[in-house]
Design a protein around this ligand. Structure first.
Ligand code: SF4
Length: 285
């Protein structure tokens, strides 16, 4: 069967052993499954988010902080539907507030099957934002919280850093579909997020106009109280992207904050001291 799970639609016959752009086989590989404390406070809570990091990626950004696994689809432990259910149960037993599926688009079919048995905690789809609508519809009713990136408002940047020229329209359609599925964000009485969409945006050093255009577009698409926005400043030089070999400046962060405040978008702002490799999890071999 030809794979069209992500918008690259490269058509690889993965069940026949072919590997497409993402490099992934038919079964998912998990590079780490752990309680993670560095998500937004409403996701991490006190005990941590039960985070499952999948190896490989269908987008492949040059500045990816997880490039050790996103560019190595054979890393980690291969698993299947039953194996995923065991991983979820184990994280929940450890006290996870939620199950947080990181970069799973290239295995969305298997993940959706694993989620056909409902979990007792919210399920989060943590994604690059480069999603096909058909794939998102496989997840309809199974995901409580969408955590998509909205990386670029400018496809020239998407071409430069991610090798695609349709990110902007794909991400916009994806966040609309995510919102259609979850509706307005809702918190539990303990301050944790119960359902909704948090749109993340990573400021790219030297590209503040992109950030301002993204926040403008989110403010046009959604009214106050509908989605949350998470402004991230942790872009860390990763040795794979000479064009982005510095960190976000205080001036750039201030300009982005000002824009968010004036657009009256609710959400989170990450401090500049988050730009450190210590925030990158430890991966399985
Ligand atoms: S998920 Fe992988 S194999 Fe499938 S279309 Fe995307 S890049 Fe190609």
């Amino acid at each position: 069967m030809q794979c069209t799970l992500c918008p690259r639609e490269c058509g690889a016959d993965r069940s026949g052993g072919e590997r497409g752009f993402c490099g992934s086989g038919i079964l998912p590989r998990v590079a780490a499954a752990q309680l993670h404390h560095w998500e937004e406070p409403c996701i991490s809570g006190m005990r941590g988010s039960g985070t499952v990091f999948f190896s490989g990626c269908s987008l492949g950004c040059a500045f990816c902080q997880n490039n050790a696994i996103s560019r190595d689809p054979l890393r980690g432990r291969e698993t299947d539907v039953d194996g995923l259910r065991i991983i979820f149960a184990d994280l929940i037993e450890q006290g996870a507030h939620n199950i947080n599926l990181v970069t799973g688009s290239h295995h969305a079919d298997i993940i959706a099957e694993a989620l056909s048995v409902p979990l007792p905690v919210p399920v989060i789809w943590n994604s690059s934002g480069y999603e096909s609508l058909e794939t998102l519809r496989l997840l309809d009713g199974k995901i409580d919280i969408y955590l998509p990136d909205f990386k670029y408002a400018d496809n020239a940047l998407a071409t430069r850093f991610s090798g695609i020229n349709d990110y902007y329209e794909r991400a916009e359609a994806a966040v609309r579909e995510m919102y259609r599925q979850t509706g307005k964000y809702e918190f539990c009485s303990n301050g944790l997020l119960k359902r909704g969409v948090i749109i993340r945006h990573l400021i790219l050093p030297g590209e503040i106009q992109n950030t301002l255009a993204v926040t403008d577009r989110i403010a046009e698409l959604f009214s106050n109280g509908e989605v949350l926005f998470s402004l991230m400043s942790q872009c860390t030089p990763n040795g794979h992207c000479p064009e982005l070999n510095s960190s976000v400046t205080a001036e750039e962060l201030d300009a982005a904050k000002l824009q968010l405040y004036s657009a009256k978008i609710d959400g989170y702002i990450q401090d500049l001291d988050s730009a450190a490799n210590g925030y990158v999890p430890k991966w399985s071999d």
